[in-house]
Design a protein around this ligand. Sequence first.
Ligand SMILES: [Zn+2]
Length: 113
Amino acid sequence: MAKKITPKKRSPLPEQGEQAMIEAILEGSPEGIGVAVIRLDCGCKKMAAVDKAGDPASKVVMYRDKAESICDQCQADNGDFMRVISQFISWKTPEPDVHTKKMIISKVLGSES
Ligand SMILES: [Zn+2]
């Protein structure tokens, strides 16, 4: 019987293309301790660095893998939150402590309730 692979829903890992973008954003944002990654249902992504207080440490970057620009829908609605399929923060190492992470996640991504 094939072994089932259970994806970890709590902390999705960045995809390869996302990882490169995350590193580029952090490089340009010395205050950033992590990058919020927001995946939209159309395949485009929104990212922004956050600092240790949970405030934006970079401007919001929107991009689409292997494309020169974001899709028409995103250009029209700027990546409306109604179309968000997943969102998480990719932390820079060393990662902040659990409490700091929690505070930043709820500030940046909103509470999970
Ligand atoms: Zn799009």
